[in-house]
Design a protein around this ligand. Structure first.
Ligand SMILES: [Mg+2]
Length: 397
C-alpha cells in the first residue's frame, strides 16, 4: 500500500460585507485552507490540512517540490518513519514555519488514511478515548471594520455578539483584544462580562499584540473581571516575558499556537511560560507530533487545549487528538476547564469549516461530539472542495 499520489487544494472563501473582521493583528477578507489528499496504490485515501489560514499557496509548492519526491512509493502505514524522515531531512533549514506546516498536513492525511484502511478512528488507533464529547468554547468577539472608527459602536456590537453566543448554548466564550487602544480593550472586555454575568467562563486572546507592560496592565484588568485565561499576551519569541507575566498575574496564561514541534513546545514548558498549552495540529507537526506534545505537556503537568482555526479537516483532526488528552490531573470527577480540555470552536464565517465536511459539527448543549467513524471520522464533500478550490496540484508516480 504505497503512496501513489499527493494532491493539494488551495481553498479560498471570500468574505463580504458584515462577514469581514479583524483579529488583534490583521483584517480577514478571505478564509484560506491548504488541503492535502493522499492516495495509495490500492486506492485508499486520506485527507489532511497544512498551515493556519493566512497565505497557504507556498505550502503547496513545498509539498510538491520538497516533500513529494521523498513520499511517492513509500509504504503509507510507515507514519512514524515518514515523519522523522521529512523533519530530519529539513532540519538544517526548516525546524519551524512553512516546512513543519507542510509536514503537518501530510501526517494528518496519513493518519486519516490508516484509520480508514483499518476501519478505526484515529483516537482508537492511538490507544482509546478519555471522552466522547468535549466542552466547546465560542471563539468570536473579533473586531468589525466599523469598530476602528467607532469606539462606542464597538462596545454595542460586542455586547450583541456575546448575547448571541449565550442564546446559542455556549457556556464559554473567547474574544479578541489588542487591535485598538488599551482603554478600548478594557471597555470591550468589561462589556462582555456585564452581558454574560458573573461566573460565566470567559477567555481573551491578544494574538501577541502587547508589550510586557501593556500586557500586565491588561492582565490585571482581566483578572479583576474574572477572565479565565489570557492568550498570547506577548510575541512568541518573548518566552521570558510570558513567563514573567505568569508569575505576576493570577489569570492563566495560554499559548503555543505559533510554536512548532515538541522542541518548540519544550522551550515554553521549560521556561514555565504557559498554564495552558495550545498546539495547532496543522502547524505543529500533525497528529503524530500532537501526541508527542501531549506527552511532553503531561510531564510538566500542563493542560492542553488545541488551537483550531482551519477547515472542517483541521477541526476533525483536533477532535481526534482531544479525545486522547488525559485529565490533568486525574480525578474521580473530571470537569472542564479545571482538569478536562476544552475545544476551540471558531464562530466567524467560514464555509470551509462548516460545509467541507459532510454533516458539519453540531453543538449539543455546550458539547461537541468527537467523531467515531474511521480515520478523522468525517467525509469530505468533494463538490464543496472543488467549488472553493483556486489551485489544484498533483504529484504522482
Ligand atoms: Mg489565539
Amino acid at each position: 500500500m504505497q503512496i501513489d499520489r499527493i494532491e493539494t487544494f488551495v481553498l479560498q472563501a471570500p468574505l463580504s460585507g458584515g462577514q469581514r473582521f479583524y483579529s488583534s493583528q490583521a483584517p480577514f477578507s478571505v478564509r484560506n485552507s491548504l488541503i492535502v489528499k493522499i492516495t495509495t496504490s490500492d486506492g485508499a485515501i486520506g485527507w489532511g490540512e497544512s498551515g493556519v489560514s493566512m497565505p497557504v499557496s507556498h505550502l503547496a509548492t513545498y509539498i510538491h517540490e520538497v516533500l513529494a519526491p521523498r513520499l511517492l512509493g513509500v509504504e503509507a502505514d510507515q507514519i512514524n518513519p515518514i515523519w522523522h524522515d521529512l523533519y530530519g531531512f529539513s532540519r538544517d533549514f526548516g525546524r519551524k514555519g512553512a516546512s513543519v506546516d507542510a509536514l503537518s498536513g501530510i501526517d494528518i492525511a496519513l493518519w486519516d488514511l490508516r484509520g480508514k484502511v483499518l476501519d478505526s478512528s484515529v483516537h482508537a488507533l492511538m490507544g482509546g478515548a478519555h471522552r466522547s464529547s468535549v466542552r466547546a468554547y465560542a471563539t468570536g468577539l473579533y473586531y468589525h471594520p466599523e469598530d476602528l472608527s467607532d469606539a462606542d459602536g464597538a462596545v454595542a456590537r460586542i455586547r450583541d455578539e456575546a448575547a448571541r453566543f449565550l442564546d446559542s448554548g455556549f457556556s464559554a466564550i473567547k474574544g479578541k483584544v489588542g487591535l485598538l487602544s488599551l482603554e478600548n480593550d478594557i471597555r470591550r472586555m468589561t462589556a462582555v462580562r456585564e452581558v454574560v454575568g458573573d461566573g460565566f467562563l470567559l477567555m481573551t486572546d491578544a494574538n501577541h499584540a502587547y508589550n510586557r507592560h501593556t500586557a500586565r496592565r491588561m492582565g490585571e484588568t482581566l483578572q479583576d473581571l474574572d477572565y479565565y485565561w489570557f492568550e498570547e499576551p506577548v510575541v512568541p519569541e518573548d518566552i521570558a516575558g510570558c513567563a514573567q507575566l505568569r508569575q505576576q498575574l493570577s489569570i492563566a496564561i495560554a499559548g503555543g499556537e505559533c510554536e512548532y514541534s515538541r522542541w518548540g513546545m519544550r522551550d515554553l514548558l521549560e521556561a514555565e511560560a504557559v498554564d495552558i498549552l495550545q498546539p495547532d495540529l496543522s502547524a505543529c507537526g500533525g497528529l503524530s507530533e500532537g501526541r508527542n506534545i501531549l506527552a511532553l505537556a503531561t510531564a510538566w503537568h500542563t493542560p492542553v487545549c488545541c488551537h483550531v482555526w482551519g477547515s472542517g479537516i483541521a477541526v476533525a483532526a483536533a477532535l481526534q487528538l482531544t479525545a486522547i488528552i488525559p485529565p490533568i490531573p486525574h480525578t474521580a470527577s473530571p470537569r472542564a476547564p479545571e482538569n478536562e480540555p476544552m475545544f476551540e470552536f471558531d464562530r466567524t464565517h467560514n464555509p470551509l469549516r462548516d460545509d467541507l465536511v459532510d454533516g458539519g459539527f453540531a453543538l449539543e448543549g455546550d458539547q461537541l461530539r468527537i467523531p467515531q467513524d474511521p480515520g478523522l471520522g468525517v467525509q469530505i464533500d468533494e463538490s464543496v472542495l472543488k467549488s472553493f478550490c483556486v489551485s489544484h496540484r498533483e504529484s504522482s508516480r
